[in-house]
Design a protein around this ligand. Structure first.
Ligand SMILES: Nc1ncnc2c1ncn2[C@@H]1O[C@H](COP(=O)(O)OP(=O)(O)OP(=O)(O)O)[C@@H](O)[C@H]1O
Length: 246
């Protein structure tokens, strides 16, 4: 899905400075993009605006032909989008494998619901859940309740859930936080393998950023870098605050 933002600003009631300040950018259908920027620079807010979870105070957003601020478009947008949130949002009390299939629920019939209620993975998802869980190193934990998993294991369950629903858009907010280098790379590989899917990943990890062909950096709610390759010098500017707002 193509993402277009034009003059988008967003503010929160209890903050003086806008979280996003006049952002205009286009992310093409099937493009893979990394969002960088210091803590508080607006990365999560930008992802939430694209998802329709935060309404901009001004400006225009289109995701495909959908308007995230329009309630009637929002359901369709959410169905087409896989999301990995910071701190994730798994359903406690359910097994990892049940959480992993929850993103596919809109497509379930009675048979799938019956499987899930018995704590099983519906037949048509079994092979893919197995493969994704194996790639993420969480196969041994699939039957565990998610509250008994480590933070990094939960993070990977959230990744499997997001990818399993075969979204047209993947929004991943710091999907590798809390992961060791090996599992972090496996998570990045899974995101990069999502061919034909528009992928937007926020991260603080410059090593991850360098694996993506486009980096968009924010500073104080503004785009301060938008380019294909991130040099040491660019990274220094982004984090020292000397990059000139676009
Ligand atoms: N729900 C909220 N209510 C009030 N202010 C908020 C809210 N969410 C974010 N903000 C503010 O908006 C600004 C941008 O926050 P945001 O979470 O988008 O930054 P970020 O770049 O994702 O940060 P981090 O890298 O620490 O996750 C910050 O100043 C933050 O305090």
């Amino acid at each position: 899905m193509k993402i277009e933002l034009k003059d988008v600003s967003a503010s929160f009631a209890d903050s003086d400075a806008p979280a996003l300040n006049d952002i205009s950018l286009t992310i093409d259908q099937a493009e893979h993009v990394v969002l960088l920027g210091p803590s508080g620079s607006g990365k999560t807010t930008l992802l939430r605006c694209i998802l329709g979870a935060v309404a901009p105070t001004s400006g225009m957003i289109r995701v495909g032909d959908l308007d995230p601020t329009d309630d009637s478009d929002l359901r369709a947008l959410r169905r087409k989008t896989g999301v990995i949130r910071q701190g994730n949002d798994l359903v406690l009390g359910l097994r990892a494998q049940t959480n992993a299939v929850l993103g596919t629920a809109p497509a379930w019939g009675l048979r799938e619901w019956a499987s899930v209620l018995r704590g099983k993975v519906p037949g048509r998802y079994q092979e893919r859940v197995h493969a994704l869980a194996e790639a993420q190193g969480i196969l041994p934990y699939l039957r565990n309740r998610v509250e008994n998993l480590s933070g990094g294991q939960r993070q990977r369950v959230a990744l499997v859930r997001a990818v399993l629903s075969e979204p047209q858009l993947l929004l991943a907010d710091e999907p590798t936080s809390g992961l060791d280098p090996v599992t972090s790379q496996a998570a990045v590989d899974t995101l990069r393998e999502a061919k034909g899917v528009t992928v937007v990943v926020s991260t603080h990890d410059l090593g991850i950023a360098r694996q993506f062909s486009r980096v968009i950096a924010l500073r104080a709610g503004r785009v301060c870098f938008d380019g294909p390759q991130l040099s040491e010098h660019d990274a220094e500017e982004i984090y020292q605050g000397t990059a000139v707002p676009a």
